[in-house]
Design a binder for this molecule. Structure first.
Ligand SMILES: [Zn+2]
Length: 257
């Protein structure tokens, strides 16, 4: 059992996914100040206490630095500044294997309009002193290897407390990366969106930075502070090679040369 310090005093309402305004949804939060002493120590504790399996082989090489990290970014589709990214995007070929980062319990395996095919695991051995449990989500999958049977689904629906538990070991192959659901990226951009959340019994969710947990380091999107369209175009000219390397030219809507 890993018990982390209480977080309730150190969170704020999460900004909107599209335009940096505040959501009215008070049940979704983020750390109030990621660079505060509290969160620096909290993330460092978590990183040291837990051993993670890589969600995708060599995942750090497959995260685009423009929009793929957690936190603020230009929204890749709407081009709105200060849009909030609730996870990390790891790109690759269709059906590239995605693995469970931690041992956990299958909470959901199915389809959502936005998430597409996705799996949610809970990790009840990792909790905060104020009752938040770590959950991890693997989103936009091509296929899934863990699912409830029809009978188990029925049991879950009729009984909230005795539903069947499917344990998932760390490193288990959950499925493959795909492009199901609603993606902010161009059509052909296959990736898995990985999300780390703390959830409590009241249904309150706190989004955490998956990379900071996995690597102990903080990564910021190159578009995190970009406000104006002309600055956005400047990024294309400065980082053209990396944009091509990550196959993101279409976002800038410029002909390749
Ligand atoms: Zn994403």
């Amino acid at each position: 059992m890993i018990i982390l310090p209480a977080i309730s005093e150190h969170i704020r309402v999460a900004p909107a996914l599209f335009d940096g305004s505040y959501t009215k949804d008070a049940t979704r939060s983020i750390p109030d100040n990621g660079t505060s002493d509290f969160w620096n120590a909290w993330y460092a504790d978590m990183h040291q206490a837990i051993t993670f399996h890589d969600p995708v082989k060599n995942f750090l090489e497959h995260i685009n630095p423009f929009f793929g990290y957690f936190g603020e970014r230009i929204h890749p589709e709407r081009k709105s500044p200060y849009a909030f990214h609730s996870g990390v995007d790891i790109a690759g070929k269709n059906k590239t294997s995605v693995y469970a980062m931690l041992p956990g319990i299958l909470e959901y395996s199915g389809y959502g309009l936005v998430n597409g095919k996705y799996i949610m695991l809970s990790h009840p051995h990792i909790i905060t002193q104020d009752g938040y449990v770590l959950h991890t989500l693997y989103i936009h999958l091509s296929h899934m290897r863990f699912a409830f049977s029809a009978y188990q689904k029925m049991l879950r629906e009729i009984s909230l407390h005795t539903y069947p538990r499917i344990s998932v070991p760390a490193g288990a192959e959950l499925g493959g990366m795909g492009k199901t659901g609603a993606s902010s990226y161009p059509e052909e951009y296959t990736h898995v969106h990985i999300q780390c959340e703390l959830r409590n019994k009241e249904g309150h969710i706190v989004f955490l930075d998956p990379l900071r947990i996995l690597t102990g380091k903080e990564y910021r999107n190159l578009t995190a502070d970009t406000q104006h369209p002309e600055d956005f175009q400047d990024i294309y000219h400065t980082h053209r090679d990396r944009i091509h390397e990550h196959k993101l030219e279409a976002i800038w809507d410029m002909p390749a040369s």
